[in-house]
Design a protein around this ligand. Sequence first.
Ligand code: Z15
Length: 801
Amino acid sequence: MPTISNASFMTSVEQELNQYCQERFIAPEQLSNTQWFQFIAKCSQSTILQNFPTNPPLVNTRRVNYLSMEFLIGRLLGNNLMSLSVYQDVDNFVAKYGKNLVDILEEERDPSLGNGGLGRLAACYLDSMASLSQPAIGYGLHYQYGLFKQHFNESGEQLETGDSWNRDFYLQQYHRPDFQQKVGFGGTVAQITDDQYDWQPAWTIQGEAFDLPVVGYKGVQQPLRLWQGYSETSFDLAQFNDGQYLQAESHVIDAAKLTKVLYPNDNHQEGKALRLMQQYFHCACSIADLLRQHLAQGRTLMELPEFEVVQLNDTHPALAIPELMRILLDQHHLSWEQAWAISSKTFAYTNHTLLPEALEQWEDGLVAQLLPRHMLIIERIDRELLAKVRAEFNDEEFEQAWRETAILMDHRVRMANLCVVGSFAVNGVAQIHSELVVSDLFPSYARLFKGRFHNVTNGVTPRRWIRQANPPLARLLDNHIDGDWTKDLALLSQLENLVDDPHFQTAYQEIKQSNKQVLADVIEQEIGLKVNCNAIFDVQIKRFHEYKRQHLNLLNIIATYLDLKANPQKDFVPRLFIFAGKAAPGYFMAKQIIQAINGVAKVINNDPDMQGKLQVAFLPDYRVSLAEKIIPAADVSEQISLAGKEASGTGNMKLALNGAITLGTLDGANVEIAEFAGKENVVIFGHTVESVRQLREQGYVPRSYYEQDEQLRNAIDALANGMFSDGDTQRFSALVDNLLNSDYFCVLADFASYREAQQEIAERYKDQAAWSRSAMLNTARLGTFSSDRSIRDYQTRIWKK
Ligand code: Z15
């Protein structure tokens, strides 16, 4: 627990304010929001550094080294003030000078060091580990440019600009020059003994460590350590392009380019050499740093797995496995068996996707060229695996089993395979996903490595996603729950007894309504649209990807619009559809979908017949701070991915906890949300994993749905005939063709069922009492989706000694 009291914190704030103002020859009343932000950031950071404990003791657990290429941490100051328990005091303090803390906190720029769910999950886990005093360090990269900023042009296309987050990021990052590393690339290897080689890299890059303190809620502070590449000599990156990498060896890398930019793909591998270099750089710096700390405490290498665990966030840090092996073999002269005994008990791997295009595979030639020693190690791991597979499977089974389990196949290095073989535990991120990992992705591994496969369902931090994002709901919970729900979200179950209490109902409803009003103001500010606050706020906020099916949502909107135009007198529950999300800059179909939504929004929002009935708001530049504004105001949470494709989802949890009704397929964590909330408090539709399988077996013909369903046909035709593209009949032709002729994600097959589900939503919303009862039960019953619970699951199932 922090040793500082609120009173002494506020006294020091007052003193420092005098100094801050004197330095600037200015009165506190004249400080701008920016200055207030800088000032408060400075106070809280020095307080945190001086007063928050570090290095919690290892009690029945190992220290967690969370390796992730992405940490989507969001704004830090408000979160830190909350963790220090001084948020309210600071709010009162600035009020004396006519300021509002919420406005001041708006000055902070989001550090967007991640793409989507995977990076945000890493951030929630750091928060939970610091709050639970689980010893941990996050290892990532200090990208100069985070995820691009998104804009829309006149015709609704996505444009991207760079996010130089660090230039006006006022919070301090602590440069740790003494933790600097050197990372080698390319070069040659010479064999010394059976197990030991001498690698002479062709060039090296220096890694510099920058620490961001992660402050747990009434907990400890632990570092998020981000590595940045530093230049010693220059390198012509243009010559390091794909295909040319074989000649690139003789060049020296411009290290400044190495960590320049986060690759903007979510759930998709691009396969660029520079990305592989980033991955190795990340692993090499992190493994060296963790070994330094381990050995500095007087511990032996053999003891490593007793004290340290490395959690691999997807396969992006998979090279940490051969890197640890290399150090143990070549630098510490351990035998292969000794090194493997250590390494294979140190790593645990979290799988986040089944999508083939997201499963990383690297050309073996590229890996051999860039990392010749690691390639030898991977080949040896693969050889030893082959012996195991031969022993376990009979002659008939062997070929199939090897196709599935081999690390090296068809001139590719399959990183997920490397992770499964090199880890002591593998987990999926939701129950259904973990089952599919075993049954569809790795059945032979499951037979080979019994007990290695686990589930840990994802979670979200209630500090950011309830207390910080939704202060009025937090206050209501504070007033009605015994104990601190912020630290123990299972306590939300106490609300079960209140859902029939009219006072509580009214309070809960009023909170939602006032949050909707707040969001309405944001929408007007951002895109100039005045919205009807009595409409259903129907929200789909996430990366754009065909499997997430924003176009299914869109087709329903179009069908609804056409229906309302044809039947203007129809009884209709007003609806505001809210979208936010980015598409990878190279993902053509996702960008088409974005443009189509913008096109439809323009027509509907400008149609006088629709005023206050049907509206579409597409908010640009989705990011953590925008999510914090949308989520508390949502009535409906769209979770409509094709069954079997969304590993878990975490936005679904944030929305449901904040009282939005899930409209979803039986995919990812939706399945568990439905179980916990109760089937009657969600709306489920669409094909299941099993029925999608059958659909494909029969031979899926999307055009037959188009031919048989008039509403669907009219909606698609409207897209095709230029109704939403100023008469341009070509603009959406790729999207239309794709839907009619391939539709891999079965949008047309789920259209009818989705439309019915949407009608059910409208019906249910008419009964406001029943609706908010469902919403309240979602809040009451979903405490299990706290990332604290996830971390406890990791502790008991995976990190245990
Ligand atoms: C990503 O954001 C996710 C998986 C990936 O393999 C990559 Cl590369 C990025 C997401 C999943 O799509 C989502 O379902 C899950 O909730 C999230 O990771 C966290 O596990």
